[in-house]
Design a protein. Structure first.
Length: 125
């Protein structure tokens, strides 16, 4: 199996078929090289590696997104946590680390986004 095939398999397992199908349907020649790069690199290499669990990888990803202020990606990865095994309590702990090591405002905004996303998912907090 190629890195691209592995990446697509893992990407679908983590993000879900509906999300990946939408991204694939929206893909045009302009962003096709970018989509292939993240499928191979992020999903086929990093996320496909089993050194740490998908739960742990999910928590790290959410913490890094919050710490670097990449808030647009947080709802997608909150939704993905349903597939990775990262619980709302795990996510909160990741964001609490962000508060201490990267700043309370970033963690506060990430928690707000998580609450909104969990609410849309029907997850009681």
């Amino acid at each position: 199996m190629s890195r691209s095939d592995d990446g697509m398999r893992v990407r679908r397992a983590v993000l879900g078929d509906a999300h990946v199908d939408k991204v694939e349907a929206d893909k045009v020649a302009f962003d096709a090289p970018f989509q292939e790069m993240i499928t191979e690199g992020a999903w086929g290499t990093l996320w496909a590696d089993d050194t740490i669990s998908r739960r742990e990888r999910s928590m790290l990803t959410l913490a890094l997104l919050a710490a670097t202020g990449n808030f647009d990606e947080i709802p997608m990865h909150i939704r993905a946590s349903a597939n990775t095994g990262a619980s709302p309590q795990d996510v909160l702990q990741a964001f609490m680390h962000v508060a201490v090591y990267a700043g309370v405002p970033k963690a506060n905004h990430a928690i707000k986004l998580a609450k909104q996303t969990y609410d849309k998912m029907g997850v009681a907090l």
